[in-house]
Design a protein around this ligand. Structure first.
Ligand code: 13P
Length: 276
């Protein structure tokens, strides 16, 4: 089937009060594992790769594999650039046929984040691609480097969504990438305010380490896309330990990525058949 667009997946998820799992991938075994999980649960997913991971998985190579897997899948699968930091990389992803991109301007001032996000939204339009942006700042970078978390401001969020026209808005509510030190404390009050005033589907980054109960509460308060990366990378790495035969190792790595995706899709909500 055609590669899905994140915009459509989020619209459907919002109507069904669930979230779409966005799983970071860096290799063919991970891609196939995530797609198998989506097919088994008959639920759309997003395959994503972050700009910082491209030295390990070059964009044209991983992009081609992600797109091929999405086209082959029996359920809608979107192909997304996570945490795009530079216009060059975002343009390359659009040229490669990614159906959505994230521009991460969370390190910029609000005015500059709005201005640069607007430019990315304009750039993505001729491709028909969806755009995600971030307000506030999620703790830690994608690679686990320290970064002070800044909670999003709902009033600024409404203005940001209106002025930029983004399709999805990542909101920092105390979440962090990588492994949490202690249980995460999410600001549900902030999320509740944001949901009350903002129509744009919201995105939760830093899914690894968040409890199933907190995921469900986030979804009930408007999170329609949830990102999972570290949990998959750790599970795949663990599965590879001590396996003496290469193809057996690849099989186990793929099964590990599948299991992580299956669990999370189950928690985020499976697609309701009558509305599919
Ligand atoms: P984790 O690595 O904490 O799962 O976060 C994933 C993420 O938000 C990718 O952008």
């Amino acid at each position: 089937m055609p590669i899905a667009n994140m915009r459509d997946l989020l619209r459907e998820a919002r109507a069904q009060n669930r979230a779409v799992g966005a799983f970071s991938v860096s290799s063919i075994d991970m891609i196939t594992g995530v797609v198998r999980a989506a097919e088994a649960l008959n639920t759309p997913v997003i395959l994503q790769v972050a700009q910082v991971r491209l030295p390990a998985s070059p964009l044209p190579v991983i992009g081609a594999a992600m797109r091929a897997a999405a086209r082959d899948a029996s359920v809608p699968v979107a192909v997304h650039l996570d945490h795009g930091m530079t216009v060059d990389c975002i343009r390359q992803a659009l040229d490669e046929g990614f159906t959505s991109v994230m521009f991460d301007g969370s390190h910029l001032s609000m005015e500059e984040n709005i201005a640069q996000t607007k430019a990315v939204v304009e750039m993505a339009k001729p491709y028909g691609a969806a755009v995600e942006a971030e307000i506030g700042r999620v703790g830690k970078t994608e690679t686990g480097a320290a970064l002070t978390a800044v909670c999003a401001d709902p009033d600024e969020g409404v203005r940001f969504a209106r002025e930029t026209g983004v399709d999805a808005l990542a909101v920092a509510i105390g979440n962090a990438h990588g492994v949490y030190e202690g249980a995460p404390v999410l600001r549900f009050d902030v999320l509740e305010k944001m949901y009350a005033v903002c129509d744009t589907p919201l995105v939760l980054h830093g899914g690894t380490g968040i409890s199933d109960e907190d995921f469900r509460r986030c979804i009930s308060l408007g999170m329609n896309k949830i990102n999972i990366a570290t949990a998959s990378f750790m599970a795949v790495n663990q599965a590879a330990q001590g396996v003496p035969e290469y193809f057996e190792m690849v099989k186990r790595m793929s099964a590990a990525a599948e299991n992580v995706a299956r669990h999370h899709i189950g928690v985020f909500g499976v697609r309701k058949a009558e509305e599919a």
